[in-house]
Design a protein around this ligand. Sequence first.
Ligand code: NAP
Length: 350
Amino acid sequence: MNRGPARNQGPDQMTQDLRIGVIGTGMIGQDHIRRLTHVLAGARVTGVTDTDPARATAAATKAPGARVHASAEALIAADDVDAVLICSWGPAHEAAILPALAAGKPVFCEKPLATTQEACLRIIDAEVVLGRRLIQVGYMRRYDAAYRALKATVDSGSIGAPLMFHSAHRNASVPEGLYTDDMAIADTMVHDIDVARWLLDDEVARVRVLAPKRNSVGKDLRDPIFGLLEMRGGALATVEVSVNIGYGYDIRGEISAEQGTAELAESNPLVVKGNGQFAGRVPADWRERFIAAYDAEFASWIAAARDGGATGPSAWDGYAIQAVSDAGIEAARTGETVAVTLVEKPALYA
Ligand code: NAP
């Protein structure tokens, strides 16, 4: 029985392109428009909207044929929009996702799914009523070749059962005064929380967050921080977040298992030796480090959305990560170990 709205008509019958409407044309919205227009096949941007109409108009000039819509609602309702890409700020995500689901249009939502667990659960409820997945959330590390190799190694059983995952998330710098203590968890650590759950195939049961001596570069910012995630099955994940490390954007990840270890190699493909030293490039930022992962993530979304569905990180993942993030923020403020409580997982996300 079909309990939801009729399926969207699907890709343009003439070009077979998936026609995408983009909500939010700021930094990452513009980067995804470039990706969809110049890098990937099978899709094109046909509509854009932003709270700043001038920004939307400028973004539309980068996507031939794209129309500017006055609101997210108008964009979602447009006949020439098959699927919706949400790149607005987190508190606006729910208000865009729900009407897109009601219209039966596949959604790619940049992380976070929403900024409260209650909002995440309203989104989950709407998707469950629909009876099929339409939402992919932008946790792109799962599409990075090195993380995929790490996941395949763990899943193969070749190093035995995983016991610990050590993650480090190091940014060269963050804007002083704009980046807050809580953002180290809600904006930054969420990616490590995502891959910890994915690699260990488990949910987080408890969180503790420690703050060592501050990095003086960040002045009053609580930086770095160290998160300890206890998984339900007993494995541990440790996460260092350092956001003023200076030397570049450095992502580390290692699984320690019963019979071996596996770790992400350097992302730099070239090592130069001279003057008694060896050297290689460290990525400048997350765009450089994960550019191929974003491309793979969107190729996967386009394929699934053209079939009227969704794959990859789900609304459930978005909700579970939000719950861990909330617990982490409380743990950082109180110094306590904070339990993560999740609702029962709907069968749709099994
Ligand atoms: P940004 O540069 O501030 O862009 C967001 C844009 O959305 C702004 O132009 C903003 O306009 C607009 N906007 C806000 N609310 C809107 C609404 N209700 N309808 C239409 N437009 C709206 O932010 P960003 O860095 O691109 O980040 C956007 C999202 O992507 C965030 O959720 C962020 O966490 C996520 N992100 C994910 C990754 C990743 O690694 N996956 C990386 C970067 C960002 P105003 O400026 O007028 O508010």
